[in-house]
Ligand binder design. Structure first.
Ligand SMILES: *Cc1c(COP(=O)(O)O)cnc(C)c1O
Length: 461
């Protein structure tokens, strides 16, 4: 299996190379040259299997010869052993035809653990074989960073630096990043918002001297291996509700378009998905784009669902690539316009996107009301991101069972949850002492040169 860039000008890579590289050298994102499909009977055979077995069958064709069957099975097994639910991604029922897919039973209580725990094991296996060491730099709006640190802490072959927007992540999110004591973990609190962090990260990847010097590797949501890991739970949940014998729909709270893009891949593989609904908070660039066909950057307005507070949705480029019939030059052109503030999607491409995706948004008040109403109706305490999803899903209910992705545990956002529902959202036992642990963090300016100097110094490169 080979991987190509959405902008058409970067080297074609294997799965392992695309994973270790992250962002393509032409600024694009890697996608498989061809999306493998699963037959009806292959999908029917998934019913009742453990999560790890489904993961192996769904992901195996994408991995090619980067790992043997035996190696890949072992990697998957290690990746999900820190989850505290036997089903890994359990479903709970919210209404007659509405289900919640709980993706928060991993070590940092957010869905990012599904991808990051896998990527940690994949990196370790690949780098050990190669006898190499890399520097991972990530930008986070909160949950990616903690998930990355949790996945890479203590590994010999990796230094991990996480940039987060100072003062704009929750206390739990910050403490999950600043309390691990391992010397290979570096939490950096940067002045600015998440888009600034993401922009500096992109700058580092585009500085080839620096990139090659420190052997930079990226694990942000643009990394193909992360998208791939997220494809799995679309299969487990759909099959649990009767697929492939009947269609199901999904609503996905999203900002960077990573999680919902995984759903698109599942659909391309043959999973009978009826609707794929994009749910945004008040930072609704994706919803606006679907409505108007114009992708125009605004300012980020901090919300109670901070992991979706973005204005540039990096994985949307992958959707554009397919919308433009896999024409890298067309995508590269749109991305150049984005640097000037925005672009208009061609009629053909926006029509195609509207066939693939529905969309909706939830304001702050609607998000709070959704937490409260869901609690009163079902006893389920939602995190604000999941509440955005539930609100938008309720506007899209029809014959197919609707599965809303619950992306974080409510304990990650206890203040919003308490205000909305009056409920406390306690941390699970393995994290109960989080607020007693010592923090270790470096304040940094929004300044590329200073950031690069710091990373070179800490890695001795
Ligand atoms: C990251 C995150 C999201 C958004 O994920 P995308 O990759 O943008 O789709 C939603 N909810 C939570 C809790 C998150 O951590």
């Amino acid at each position: 299996m080979r991987y190509i860039s959405t902008r058409g000008k970067a080297p074609v890579l294997s799965f392992e190379e695309a994973m270790l590289t992250g962002l393509a050298r032409d600024g694009g994102l890697y996608v498989p040259e061809r999306i493998p499909t699963m037959s009806f009977s292959d999908m029917a055979d998934l019913a009742g299997l453990p999560y790890e077995d489904v993961a192996f069958r769904v992901m195996r064709p994408f991995v090619g010869d980067s790992f043997t069957d035996k190696e890949f099975r072992k990697i998957i097994k290690k990746a999900y052993k820190k989850f505290d639910h036997a089903a890994r991604a359990p479903l709970v029922q919210l209404g007659p035809n509405h289900f919640l897919l709980e993706l928060f039973h991993g070590p940092t209580l957010a869905f990012k653990d599904f991808a990051m725990q896998l990527i940690g094991q994949l990196f370790e296996a690949a780098l050990t074989k190669r006898g190499e060491k890399v520097t991972i730099v990530g930008a986070t709006s909160g949950d990616t960073g903690s998930a990355a640190i949790e996945a890479f802490r203590g590994l010999d072959a990796v230094d991990v630096f996480i940039l987060f927007p100072h003062g704009r992540v929750s206390d739990v999110q910050r403490r999950q990043m600043t309390t691990p004591g391992e010397a290979n973990v570096h939490a950096l609190a940067m002045d600015g918002d998440f888009d600034d962090c993401q922009a500096r990260l992109k700058d580092m990847f585009n500085d080839f001297d620096f990139r090659d010097g420190v052997k930079l590797a990226g694990v942000n949501s643009i990394n193909w291996a992360r998208v791939l890991a997220q494809v799995v739970y679309y299969f487990t949940s759909a099959v649990a509700l009767g697929a492939p014998h009947r269609k199901v729909s999904f609503t996905v709270p999203t900002g960077n378009f990573g999680d919902i893009f995984a759903g698109f891949i599942a659909k391309q593989m043959g999973l009978p998905i009826d609707r794929l609904v994009i749910a945004t908070n008040q930072n609704d660039i994706l919803h606006r784009t679907m409505e108007t066909g114009a992708y125009t950057k605004g300012d980020v307005a901090p919300s109670i669902s901070p992991s979706m507070d973005i204005q540039v949705s990096s994985n949307f480029e992958r959707a554009l690539f397919y919308a433009y019939g896999q024409d890298g030059a067309a995508v590269a052109g749109q991305m150049e316009d984005l640097a000037q503030g925005g672009f208009t999607i061609s009629q053909g491409a926006i029509d195609w996107l509207r066939e693939q995706f529905d969309s909706g948004r939830a304001s702050e008040e609607e998000t709070m009301a959704s937490i409260k109403a869901t609690f009163l109706r079902t006893g389920e305490v939602l995190c604000p991101h999941s509440a955005v999803g539930v609100k938008v899903a309720e506007e899209h209910l029809d014959e197919s069972p609707m599965i809303t992705l619950a992306t974080a545990h409510p304990a990650k956002f206890p203040n919003a949850v308490k205000r909305a529902s009056g409920q406390d959202a306690p941390l699970p036992p393995h994290m109960a002492d989080l607020f007693e642990r010592d923090e270790r963090v470096t304040r940094v300016a929004n300044d590329l040169t200073a950031l690069e100097a710091l990373i070179r110094e800490r890695t001795g490169q």
